[in-house]
Design a protein around this ligand. Sequence first.
Ligand code: B16
Ligand code: MG
Length: 219
Amino acid sequence: MIKGFIFDLDGVITDTAELHFDAWKKLSDEMDWEFDRELNERLRGISRMDSIHVIMDHNGVSLDEPTVVELATKKNDIYVESLDKMTPDDYLPGARELLTHLRSEGFSVALGSASKNAHKVLKQLNAVHFFDVIGDGNSVSKSKPAPDIFLYASKKLGLRPENCIVFEDAEKGIDAAKAGKFHSVGIGPEQRVGHADIRFETMKEATLFEVKSHFKDLF
Ligand code: B16
Ligand code: MG
């Protein structure tokens, strides 16, 4: 039986990828590092520290760890400032509707994001009340593709993985859901999340009706 839903944040509830891109681009320009949209795509769903290492590797750069932390903090300051402009108009189409529907049907709902800024993003969206549990980058130390963040969320909901559906837009996020034995819904293109149990191009198509029709034996 499905009793709970666990949502990733960036790419599922809202699109912070663009703001992450701007902040990494600003830092990269200052450092004279190459950074483009293709590289940004590889940062989808992975932690801030993993992200900066991907960018440095791409540029053949190696620095001591305190300097890396300092640079990642600089990027984060730029990113966090840009979140001030986010408003309740910035849900991805369909996301607020689905969260509202889940609430009205009494399902348990958790966030399972890699972001350490998830709370601020939810506050800007006015979305905190949709979640019984907020699992974010501060909740666990091993990031996706490890299943830890989703296991943390389901445990806090008091549910087993087989009773939960994870919504994810990142390849490594679906890997994490599968590693934890959760049911999974992929949001995005086939080449990215085609390994999910069911895939929708965008959140707009991912209605509760469609999800229930796919997992019909589990409702
Ligand atoms: P922060 P998600 C992820 O969010 C982003 O997709 C990823 O690009 C970012 O590096 C990560 O959060 C960490 O974010 O720097 O705010 O801690 O998709 O897991 O909700
Ligand atoms: Mg994501």
